[in-house]
Design a protein around this ligand. Structure first.
Ligand code: GUN
Length: 297
């Protein structure tokens, strides 16, 4: 059984990106820049944003974090995004989710220029992904990170049955679409399960590759997994743990212990899919910089 080490792959990838950034920056006398906007003080979001900024700087890119109060009117946020769209030094714009309830996620997504949408959330980028034009838009970072893990671990996917549990716009839907593509890392037969799926275990047990992104701690039990399956756990659930200083620990959507006994490969939480999301965000930001300069990779 292989434990897929996302922390290591992310670190390898960031080292590769750092070398590319150094070469390009020296040649062009400019650096790729990522601006992250956080609205409000959600503690988990603050941690994610801090980690994004830290990784950005580590790879030699410019990181800007704009912190706005939770009471920021939507118009003010949209106008800030407009300024960033027009700023040639900004190559990637990311507005951290979740947003306060008075701000409409859709309006924010639409306001970001597709060419700077390194999250891959804009309908233009989603559309390019669905069409299979992966060299044109930006792919949503978490599914993109999963493809990278499959590729770097040489996991055969062609003709395999991939079952995706979860249908979010950020993970489930793009993941299912990507696994369907005619690519080296994909070319699967795909089933998507969600909260209204009848008899889910019957379907998950058919999976050669099982991607779980439903946001419920230990949701996938051993009985739901076929022996030999590859299991990718996107879950990041905070569960109470009085033995920890923080009072909680992070747990995935998969019951790791028992499932790891029968899987052929599995991602742990933390240290599996999570670290890949940031690495892919940086990869997208570098790609945006290249495109702005007319350099194809
Ligand atoms: N919140 C949790 N994950 C993400 C992500 O990938 N992008 C953004 N913008 N917000 C998030």
């Amino acid at each position: 059984m292989t434990i897929i080490d996302g922390k290591q792959v992310s670190s390898d990838l960031k080292a590769e990106l750092k070398a590319e950034v150094a070469e390009l920056s020296a040649r062009l006398n400019a650096v790729p820049g990522l601006t992250v906007i956080i609205v409000g003080e959600d503690p988990a979001s603050q941690v994610y944003v801090r980690n994004k900024a830290k990784s950005c700087v580590e790879t030699g890119m410019r990181s800007t974090v704009i912190e706005l109060p939770a009471s920021t009117p939507q118009e003010e946020l949209l106008s800030k995004i407009g300024e960033l769209n027009d700023d040639p030094e900004v190559h990637g714009i990311l507005v951290q989710q979740p947003l306060p309830p008075h701000i409409e996620e859709y309006a924010v997504t639409m306001a970001i220029s597709p060419s700077k949408d390194v999250d891959g959330f804009h309908p233009e980028n989603v559309g390019q992904m669905v069409l299979g034009n992966l060299d044109k838009g930006y792919i949503s970072c978490t599914p993109y990170g999963i493809l990278e893990l499959l590729s770097r671990y040489n996991i055969e996917t062609k003709g395999k049955h991939c079952v995706v549990v979860g249908r979010s716009n950020i993970v489930g839907k793009p993941m299912a679409n990507l696994m369907l593509q005619k690519l080296k890392e994909t070319n699967c037969t795909v089933t998507v399960c969600h909260s209204a799926t009848a008899n889910m275990p019957e379907l998950t047990r058919q999976a050669d590759i099982l991607v779980v992104a439903i946001g419920r701690a230990n949701f996938v039990t051993r009985e739901m997994v076929k022996p030999g399956a590859v299991v990718l756990d996107v879950g990041m659930n905070r569960v109470e743990d009085p033995t920890r200083k923080s009072g909680f620990r992070l747990t995935g959507d998969v019951d790791f212990g028992p499932v790891s006994e029968i899987a052929s490969a599995i991602t742990p939480v933390p240290g599996g899919v999570g670290p890949m999301t940031i690495a892919m965000l940086l990869k997208n930001t570098l790609q945006s910089f290249r495109r702005a300069r007319g350099i194809e990779s």
